[in-house]
Design a binder for this molecule. Structure first.
Ligand code: 5GP
Length: 125
């Protein structure tokens, strides 16, 4: 399987500094920023800096350093936003991928949502 990465996607432009974002944290391999259309009181997007289309692409081709950095950054954002189970009420991670996952931006991102009860995960089909 080869993954075609479109470097004109909006998150690639954010990473290049061509459009602004509201950064939550930045690490060596990861950037986290607030979603422009929040769907919950906490709605942060966490993206790797590398050119990965989706979670499966990242899992297959990212280095161990990138993977560790990314996962730790997600945990750190949960802490920083106060939704982590250390002190908050919990959260949901969503990583949409491809057509059936209804992924809008083709650069891997995890949504961290929380700050209210999010209801059941999926509506019945
Ligand atoms: P997807 O449907 O691909 O999982 O989610 C894409 C997310 O990116 C959406 O929640 C949307 O609101 C967010 N988004 C789209 N364009 C921008 C942007 O320019 N800046 C920020 N911060 N978020 C964006």
């Amino acid at each position: 399987m080869s993954y075609a990465y479109d470097d004109q996607n909006i998150f690639a432009k954010i990473l290049r500094g061509e459009i602004p974002n509201t950064t939550v944290i930045e690490t060596e391999h990861t950037l986290a920023f607030h979603d422009i259309t929040p769907q919950a009181p906490t709605h942060v997007l966490v993206i790797p800096k590398g050119a990965y289309v989706s979670f499966d692409h990242f899992a297959a081709e990212a280095s161990e350093a990138e993977i560790v950095d990314y996962v730790r950054a997600i945990g750190e954002v949960a802490k920083m936003t106060g939704v982590d189970l250390g002190k908050g009420g919990g959260f949901r991670l969503i990583a949409n991928a491809g057509r059936d996952g209804v992924q809008e931006v083709p650069h891997l991102h995890v949504h961290i949502l929380g700050g209210r009860n999010l209801g059941r995960m999926l509506q019945p089909a």
